[in-house]
Design a protein around this ligand. Structure first.
Ligand SMILES: O=C(CO)[C@H](O)[C@H](O)COP(=O)(O)O
Length: 219
């Protein structure tokens, strides 16, 4: 199934609760929560208090993307704060298998993210344990960047790998996705679509509806 996961990195934090409610009312299935530590990526975003407070605004799936070094240290805290899916970067984990197991043991879904230049081969053996593979379509760290075209080739290869392996892993794309290129990303094989600026710039409800129309048409 195709789903939209709006990234709150581009939200207006003065009105965050209200904006989450608008996403919810417009039918966005997920809320994408970008956590950045200033080490794995240059930016620092937010963490537990924000997640805990927006958890009260919606029952939608909290898709928590950890752009932090050694995320295994904080899995329990993110689950307690309200995460439903926790995605860690393969590049940020010394022991990726142990980290994925730690997420699964907490009873939430496990995702693994790959930066644009990281080979898909990195996840070949762990794929059966992974609920969602996040192919970064920009270098992580900032919203509002342009999609790097070669990353869509990786999405295509990822879709083939998932098919060959017989796994049911979702494929998520994140970075520079907008209403003009979302169909190309889905054609390549993505089924969970992260969009930040393309959702939060302008009228949130209208933008979500326009994305959902495209997602459903291709679903
Ligand atoms: O996590 C990210 C960068 O680290 C994402 O790329 C970002 O949240 C999505 O924003 P946009 O749709 O504006 O590219």
């Amino acid at each position: 199934m195709n789903c939209l996961s709006p990234s709150i990195l581009s939200a207006d934090f003065a009105n965050l609760g209200e904006q989450i409610r608008l996403l919810d009312q417009a039918g966005a299935e997920y809320v994408h929560i970008d956590v950045m530590d200033g080490m794995f990526v240059p930016s620092i975003s937010f963490a537990f208090p924000i997640i805990r407070s927006i958890r009260k605004c919606t029952d939608r799936i909290f898709d928590v993307h950890l752009m932090i070094e050694e995320p295994i240290r904080y899995i329990d805290d993110f689950v307690d704060a309200g995460a439903d899916i926790i995605t860690v970067h393969a590049e940020a984990c010394r022991h990726l298998d142990r980290t994925v197991e730690a997420i699964r043991e907490k009873g939430v879904l496990a995702g693994v993210a790959l930066n644009p230049a990281t080979p898909l081969e990195t996840v070949r053996y762990i794929l059966p344990k992974v609920d969602m593979l996040l192919i970064m379509t920009v270098n992580p760290g900032f919203g509002g960047q342009k999609l790097i075209p070669y990353t869509l080739d990786k999405v295509c290869e990822a879709r083939n790998l998932v098919k060959q392996s017989g796994c049911k892993t979702d494929i998520e794309v994140d970075g520079g996705i907008n209403l003009e290129n979302v169909e190309e990303a889905m054609d390549a094989g993505a089924n969970i679509i992260v969009a930040g600026s393309a959702v939060f710039k302008g009228e949130i409800e209208k933008n979500v509806e326009a994305f959902l129309e495209k997602l459903q048409r291709q679903g």
